[in-house]
Design a protein around this ligand. Sequence first.
Ligand SMILES: *Cc1c(COP(=O)(O)O)cnc(C)c1O
Ligand code: SF4
Length: 370
Amino acid sequence: MRERENSTRCGAWKNIPEKDWYDWRWQYANRVTGISQLQKIVTESPETLEACRKVVEIYPFSVTPYYLSLINVAESDDPLRVQCFPDIKEIDFTIGGIADPLMEERNMPVPGLVHRYPDRCVALVTSVCAMYCRHCNRKRLWRKNQPAIRSRDYLRCMIDYVSGEPLLREVIVSGGDPLTMTEEGLDWFLGKLRSIPHVEVLRIGSRIPVVMPMRITRELCAILRNHRPLWFNTQFNHPSEITKDSAKACEMLLEAGIPVSNQSVLLRGVNDTYEVMCALLYGLQRISVRPYYLFQCEPVEGTDHFRTDIQTGIKIMKNLREKVSGLCVPRYVLDIPGGKGKIPLFPSSFASVRETGVDTYCFDRTNQMI
Ligand SMILES: *Cc1c(COP(=O)(O)O)cnc(C)c1O
Ligand code: SF4
């Protein structure tokens, strides 16, 4: 499978000049956000549209023309469509799931800053995203009526907290999507963190290269380059998201000296087969993006229909370990509900080592792995 040569623009966007299409401001301003707009793109029954209307009253809808152009909109199970189109299952609250299973809100010493591990923390700098992923594990942040853009004072409290915690050597700037902030605001925030002596490394978590790749401009790269060492984690979930445009966005970051890694979420109907996962990981390796994590989908309210069981993930991982290049294999992790942290999920490697008959070299007499 190769990168798609170009996105196919549908309907209303057929005649948009290249210079607009490749301008992120145009993409951002022309996001499809309402059901009446959606109605023009998909042919759905009035009942379905009415259901969607109910969903977006709780979880808003937003998708860029670029991402929309990658979708086969006529297919309701298109793996990109399901990541961004509202689904009535999101508001079936009888299924269970909780808004914040990782108890992030309880691990916040100051609002918006999650400090769970000794050496690193997460700063939730905004609740705005270019596209709202239906499977998002922080859906609670962008539910209707949540404060969206954060004030400087709010951000200053985080900076003060990090300054007072000498063990914090890495700050992960996340959200929402931090690349929806203004360049000036982002530059200011990263600069403030950079000026704290014990903060050695910054990390940005953003889906922008996947959903609005034209936002990765020379100017933005110049800003980010200034705050290195800076690592960038994005979220490709399906091989069709790897396009000429998203590849270019990653390439520009890499050329600015910013390593790009990927955190996928294991999603039912999107990437829960070995074949799709393998195509995704090979595609990432081709564009020099290192697969970092594959997340087990959390029991977050409104995402139940995306969850696979852990056995599905384990089987895919076993296949990957046996067959594909080590550089392509992410760690499959589960963030334990209750805020206890991430644990890797392995196919039992202990058993397979023993099967090879090398016990005498690898184990001591008490059968402990050395
Ligand atoms: C996931 C996460 C991190 C980052 O963990 P890594 O294993 O370094 O990627 C940091 N803080 C919190 C609260 C997290 O959930
Ligand atoms: S971009 Fe990230 S924070 Fe925003 S909706 Fe998607 S997964 Fe959630």
